[in-house]
Design a protein. Structure first.
Lengths: 447, 984
């Protein structure tokens, strides 16, 4: 498969001026949607000023990078939009795939219609972003995702074509971050002043040390030392991306992952939400975390995926139990379904509602599935017959797996999985299973 | 002869012309067929060789490389060529011109455009070249390629042979019309290094640098009407807010300002100016505010848009931004009475800053324009009430609804967030599974205690270390062997290397003991045997009584690694001897303590077996005993132990006890004495060398001073076209610790003294034969690499007396106002982190480290120091007056800007609890008492904070020493008003 992806937009996105008010036209492109691009949303934004600022912040996220030099960065990856089920969600990732951002425009945040539903890339260009920063408080702004039948732009049509290297890390990050979100729990809620105080304590520069969010009295702050019940944040300077929004927010909620492998910072502005999720550290992208690997061990039948794809529509709540019941699927394997579907780019996660929602990434499925090299390595180990199960009883499995130059010991003991390889030794399972454990588990699953 | 052989011959004999001729007439197929040969020959001619073992160069000559580059360019496909050793070679007119007429790949443009994306673009890719190739239809340049090549065009080399000199030539921009019509505008689209262009050039001694560079070039062409001035203004403004880096964004704003926009132009650019207020860089925002200030009074000024953007600048972390923003709002309020109430509400947002000046200014605007009956205003002030400083509080009294501070008051205990409530036990290895997985990760520094746990496990598990289990050590041995090839990770240190070598020694022992079961290990050793000149260095080629660990050292031979090395040698010996008696020093709970009861149990085993413990192991154990609760352990020791063991443990575990009984192991007794608190000299130990000097040395309590000293340094000056080095006198501020020399007996002098020095251990503490751990606490490294990953482990050899190591850390890492290197910073942080976890009634050195860290430029270090203060000051373990005094002494010479302390105090020490406020007041009083009569910089802010605390704590009387200082400073007009507020 080509390692270049070509975004083809019929028009550039733009904030168009008209006598009745501005119109924010977002041009869309999806490599999986073959038919003539329909319009996903058309209507009035209730709070265009905040929506515009959230979109600028999202654009800052997708343009940022915390572990690559600017020259290493590939070209801008356009954010994706999911419209349907009375919600419009904009998602994006930093270049380094360590920062995930989403803007949710909820019912009440707009007044308009969803002629179609779906997920698509949208063109984010600099002139449009610059224009967004000029949206004022009481301005009327229409939003259209995709082009409505009646041409809204009288200007000359101009096809925008952007070839970019396939954003592998980006797509993989979009799939694996959802599993981190699903495990996260809300720990703190701060009002605007507290949020501002908290951000004032973010140290200048790029501190390499972890920082811990603590609350003294009712004042939250970041401290460089571990403390009781503190939330650990690596690469804390990345939070500054949402600093410009704080002054407008009603509330900031913080959702850490139970093992502090990620943190999510959600700002609330009435019917608009902005979420920022940070990976464990600046140099770690969500893409490399391997959170979804476990759920990929067992193959989920294609019929399930077809069923999800057929019956679900954008932003609809995904209910695995219902699906299993309707399709007559094995209930014991339900846990794997969500993981697998997320890894395939079919699900997103809503922290407030505490559920997965359907959204199909606008990339070919074959692309997405080719993105788990550790799983591929595990399969290769099996193909080459390098896995030997030495002992297998109810609670314990011992195996010998040939590695590079040595034989690794893999022991699965109840919930505990261990391997003597470098990856496991360094990360102790925090960043997903190593290829040796995966291979052993896959072999066991194959019976 | 085949073409491959012919080609090889041409390369060998450096015949360029026949190669070019052949390449020109060859078919595509013939060219492709030559690819393997080109790759093979390139590899051969690129290899580095030496004839004298001193200098190295590639095998090929310049001509041979050129032939291979031409061939690669013509025969390779795009991917192959771009991956070849120097694809930019062809982007040079002298090479390209010889070939472009008959060979031009369709990926040529892509190659050049890609080059424009790289961090260091090849020097030969110039604007004239891009123009020429474009004219010839050979190149379709990207905007970025235009922008990056154009950025150097106005700086031209003078071209004088052997002389370094450049000229500023803005007229170069006029040579081609498209330069100004099209290409120059790409600067505003693409992120370049425009602000740095020409920075290494030299324009002669008398050049006026303010008239050279892109900003002068732009202003000149704009003044001459050669470029659209309105577009230039607009584009530079927009470019200043395009998420570029701070300096480049600032450059575009400087350009905008340098064009001196008129009021009419500023009015036309209102939306852009207001949108710039959202920029992430304060310089850009500030300048935009200055420009807006000029037009804010205009009747057509869009004040509504400005007010909508106000929250961003009012919440800015930069004081000048907030201040300028408030001024702008005041200007608008004066002009538009109808907007005054809304502005008053907006101004409440500036109350978030814990800064007296800003709060007062905002409060004045609120009280002037706000409506006290407006519930919206009251609601807006409410969240800020707890954070109001005294003057703002007084101004806003009519608007305050609840009693001050009630919501925020917490006790000092509630502010305590440290994890000390429960001791986290260390998992001791008890099964073979655990040993296998521990050994596999032991060299990763996943846990600083692994260096204790792995050897302890290997000793304890000896009876099980045989048979199939041995082969499972293979991955760990592989890691250890890889480490010997300096395969370091950023989180690893020299201890990991040391532990790896120890593990190799253990494996060699196992290979010899169980040759049949260790074939996998033997094979691995052989794989790592290394060619050394003519011989092969075989790992297993080692005498039976020999080992690798004894030859280990780090590059600078730092003494503090030696005790651990000795300990590992002793452990290896134990394993070789089949001795399974437990190690005494293995910690039982984190960060590195031993439960006294467990220590007594371990000693009991030695007593029962009538064995002596290894010295280093014993000394480490005694430096690790947790003496917080010793009742049960003492009782157990009294029941079970006998002789000197009993006497020693009773002394160690009984608070206030004196040494008693016969002392045959003085090192153990001295170490025990140094683990006990309060620290003091014991008469009974003085005959063993623990005199005043060694007591100071072993507890780290040296005297110190902060001073400003003169020194001579080199300066480089450009004179007569040449760079000259001249000596100049300069001064520097320095923190000096006085390490007194060891007392030398009077009768030793001359050669005798020299011989004594060579036997330094015996000399240093004459009465004792065996050095203490603390005798090794010395840092010799000139530069740090991974030592910061080791410091914690070094300090954890004896956490009960870690202060003994601090003078070395302070002297090596903190003696200057700024860290000399990243390593110094990380070392300081490692020391602070452990102090945070273990602080317990420390002496002056720990306070010196803490106070100096509070003035550190590194925020992480300063904040860690602040956390130590917050946790330990209220429980009386940290001397706030001493900390203040040390900061005051530093500030006598302004060792570091006082602002650093002021900011830290406001951000992290102020208003935590009423008790903290009183302690902070005491600490600041101690600082003030030390300061000179002439006010130092930033004193005013400190006095403001002191006054705030004075009023908040309702202190009745100023300390005498502070009152004296305040009287002296009152003579300064800038401070007089503030000091009057103290009633002086």
């Amino acid at each position: 498969m080509s390692d270049i992806i070509t975004y083809q937009y019929q028009n550039p996105s733009a904030l168009l001026k008209s006598a009745t008010g501005d119109e924010l036209f977002l041009s869309k492109y999806s490599e999986v949607q073959k038919k003539e691009a329909p319009c996903f949303f058309w209507g009035r934004l209730e709070d265009p000023f905040i929506t515009a600022r959230c979109l600028i912040t999202l654009s800052n996220v997708v343009q940022s990078s915390f572990s690559l030099s600017p020259f290493e960065m590939a070209k801008l990856k356009d954010p994706i939009v999911t419209a349907g089920h009375e919600k419009i969600r904009f998602e994006g990732f930093s270049h380094c795939a360590g920062v995930y951002a989403r803007v949710d425009v909820l019912p009440g945040g707009y007044d308009g219609e969803f002629p179609e539903n779906g997920t698509t890339n949208v063109d984010f260009n600099q002139p449009m972003i610059s224009a967004l920063s000029r949206v004022a408080r009481n301005e009327k702004v229409m939003l259209s995702v995709g082009k409505k039948e009646v041409a809204i732009s009288k200007g000359t049509e101009k096809v925008v074509e952007r070839k970019v290297p396939l954003p592998v890390k980006w797509i993989k990050g979009l799939t694996s971050v959802q599993l981190f979100l699903a495990e996260a729990e809300q720990v703190f809620s701060f009002n605007r002043v507290q949020a501002l105080q908290l951000f004032q304590s973010i140290p200048a520069g790029k501190p390499k040390a972890d920082y811990y969010l603590i609350v003294r009295g009712n004042k939250p702050m970041f401290s460089p030392v571990k403390a009781v019940n503190a939330i650990c944040v690596g690469g804390v300077q990345r939070l500054k991306l949402i600093e410009p929004l704080l002054a407008y927010a009603d509330e900031l909620r913080v959702f850490p992952h139970p093992q502090m492998q990620s943190t999510t910072w959600q700002l609330y502005f009435g019917k608009i939400r902005f979420s920022l999720s940070l990976s464990r550290d600046s140099w770690r992208g969500f893409s490399g975390e391997g959170a979804a690997l476990e759920s990929l061990i067992e193959d989920v039948p294609d019929t399930w995926i077809d069923a999800v794809d057929k019956y679900s529509y954008a932003n609809q709540v995904f209910n695995p139990v219902m699906l299993a019941a309707e399709e007559g699927l094995d209930l014991q394997r339900i846990d794997n379904i969500t993981g697998r579907l997320s890894a395939m780019g079919l699900l997103g996660y809503d922290l407030d509602e505490n559920h997965f929602f359907y959204r199909r990434l606008p990339f070919k499925l074959s692309r997405i599935l080719s993105l788990n090299p550790r799983m591929k390595d595990a399969e290769k180990l099996l193909e080459e017959n390098k896995v030997e199960i030495l002992l297998r009883n109810d609670n314990r499995v011992e195996a010998k797996v040939a590695g590079s130059g040595v034989h690794h010991t893999v022991i699965l003991d109840g919930e505990q999985e261990r391997c003597t390889c470098t990856w496991f030794s360094r990360h102790q399972g925090e960043r997903g299973l190593c290829k040796h454990v995966l291979a052993v588990k896959k072999k066991l699953a194959q019976g | 002869m085949s073409i491959e052989d012919q080609f090889a011959e041409w390369v060998k004999t450096e015949q360029e012309e026949p190669v070019l001729h052949w390449l020109k007439q060859a078919t595509d197929k013939e060219r492709r067929a030559l690819v393997p040969s080109i790759k093979k020959l390139s590899k051969y001619y690129n290899e580095y060789i030496t004839s004298d073992n001193r200098s190295y160069s590639s095998r090929g000559t310049e001509k041979q490389h050129a032939i291979l580059h031409f061939a690669a360019y013509v025969c390779f496909n795009k991917t192959e060529y771009l991956k070849s050793d120097r694809p930019t070679w062809i982007i040079d007119p002298k090479n390209l011109n010889r070939i472009k007429d008959w060979y031009h790949p369709d990926w040529f443009s892509e190659m050049l455009n890609k080059e424009a994306e790289s961090e260091f673009m090849v020097y030969s890719l110039t604007y004239p070249l891009v123009l020429k190739l474009t004219d010839q239809g050979l190149l379709q340049p990207s905007h970025r390629l235009w922008a990056r090549t154009l950025s150097t065009i106005i700086f031209q080399d003078k071209g004088i042979k052997d002389k370094w000199g450049d000229e500023f030539k803005p007229e170069k921009l006029l040579e081609r019309p498209e330069t100004l019509e099209e290409h120059i505008w790409y600067f505003f689209e693409e992120e370049t290094e425009l602000h740095l262009a020409g920075r290494y050039n030299h324009y002669g001694e008398n050049a006026d640098l303010s008239k050279i560079g892109w900003i002068p070039a732009f202003t000149q062409i704009a003044a001459e009407g050669r470029i659209d001035r309105q577009r230039l203004l607009k584009e530079s403004l927009l470019a200043s807010n395009k998420n570029y880096n701070k300096n480049l964004s600032g450059f575009y704003m400087d350009l905008f300002s340098a064009l001196f926009p008129t009021t009419a132009e500023l009015m036309a650019l209102q939306p852009e100016l207001i949108s710039v207020l959202n920029a992430p860089h304060s310089k850009v925002v500030n300048e935009s505010l200055q420009h807006l200030k000029i037009i804010a009074g205009d009747k057509n000024f869009d004040s509504d848009s400005l007010l909508a953007a106000a929250p961003v600048f009012l919440n800015s972390k930069t004081k000048t931004t907030v201040s300028a923003g408030l001024m702008l709002l005041e200007q608008i309020a004066k002009k538009h009475p109808g907007k005054q109430e809304g502005i008053a509400i907006l101004c409440t947002q500036a109350l978030v800053h814990a800064d007296d000046g800003l709060q007062t200014r905002a409060a004045k605007l609120i009280s002037r324009y706000g409506n006290a009956a407006d519930p919206g205003l009251l609601d807006s002030i409410l969240p800020y009430q707890d954070g109001l400083l005294q003057s703002a509080r007084e101004l806003l009294q009519p608007y305050l609804t609840i009693q001050h501070g009630s919501a925020a008051v917490i006790t000092a205990a509630e502010a305590n967030t440290i994890i000390t409530q429960e001791r986290t036990p260390v998992q001791i290895v008890t099964s073979t599974d655990e040993l296998i997985f521990l050994s596999a990760q032991a060299f990763d520094n996943n846990d600083p205690l692994h260096i204790d746990l792995l050897p302890a496990a290997l000793v304890a598990m000896q009876p099980k270390l045989k048979g199939e289990l041995l082969a499972q050590l293979q991955p760990a041995l592989q890691r250890a062997l890889q480490l010997t090839r300096n395969n370091f990770r950023s989180t690893e240190g020299y201890y990991d290397h040391m532990l790896g070598i120890f593990f190799i020694d253990v494996c060699i022992h196992l290979v010899r003991k169980y040759p049949e079961d260790t074939k996998a290990l033997t094979a691995l050793f052989e794989k790592f045997d290394q060619q050394d000149g003519d011989t092969v260095k075989k790992w297993l080629n080692l005498a039976v009584n020999d080992n690798y660990i004894s030859t280990w050292s780090n590059y600078y031979k730092d003494p503090y690694y030696l005790p651990r090395k000795q300990w590992l040698m002793d452990v290896l010996q134990k394993i070789k001897a089949g001795d399974t008696l437990p190690l005494l020093s293995t910690p039982t709970h984190y960060p590195g303590w031993i439960d006294p009861q467990v220590l007594v149990e371990r000693i009991l085993v030695y007593q029962q077996q009538q064995q002596l413990a290894d010295q280093t192991d014993l000394l480490m154990a005694l430096g690790r005993v947790d003496l917080k609760d010793t009742v049960l352990a003492l009782q157990f020791a009294k029941e079970k132990l006998a002789g000197e063991w009993l006497d020693l443990l009773v002394f160690l575990l009984t608070p206030g006890a004196e040494p008693a009984g016969e002392i045959t192991q003085p090192e153990a007794w001295i170490t025990a004495a140094l683990s006990k608190r309060p620290l003091r000299v014991y008469e009974a130990l003085q005959p063993f060398g623990l005199d005043e000097y060694y007591f100071k040395k072993y507890t780290g309590q040296f005297s110190w001073k902060t001073l400003e000293e003169s020194f001579e340094r080199d300066e480089y000056k450009w004179e007569g076209g040449k760079m000259k080095t001249i000596k100049v006198m300069d001064s520097r501020k320095i923190l000096k610790i006085d390490f007194p020399k060891a007392p030398v007996a009077k009768e030793t002098s001359g050669m005798k003294a020299l011989l004594e020095k060579l036997k330094w251990k015996q000399k240093e503490r004459k009465q004792a034969q065996i050095p203490l751990l603390y005798d090794y606490y010395e840092i010799k490294s000139q530069f740090f690499s991974n030592e910061h990953n080791d410091l914690r482990r070094a300090l954890l050899m004896a956490p009960a007396n870690l202060e003994a190591f601090l003078p070395a850390v302070i002297d090596r890492c903190m003696s200057r106002p700024a860290y000399i290197g990243e390593g110094d910073k990380k070392m300081t942080l490692a020391a602070l982190q452990l102090l945070y976890e273990t602080w317990d009634a420390q002496g002056e050195m720990a306070h010196l480290l803490l106070a100096t860290a509070m003035l550190s430029a590194d925020k992480t270090a300063a904040q860690t120091a602040a956390e130590i203060w917050v946790q330990y000051a209220p429980v009386g373990k940290l001397d706030v007056a001493l900390t203040g005094k040390i900061i005051g002494i530093h500030e006598q010479v302004e060792f570091a800007p006082l602002k650093r302390f002021n900011d830290l105090a406001v951000q992290s020490l102020f208003r935590i609890s009423p008790q903290h406020n009183r302690l902070l007041e005491t600490m600041i009083a101690s600082i003030l008492a030390e300061l000179p009569a002439e006010p130092i910089k930033h004193l005013k802010k400190l006095l403001e904070l002191y006054k705030e605390l004075f009023l908040l704590n309702q202190t009745v009387k100023l300390p005498d020493a502070v009152a004296v200082k305040l009287k002296e400073w009152k003579l300064n007009s800038g401070l007089a008003k503030l000091i009057t507020g103290f009633g002086i």
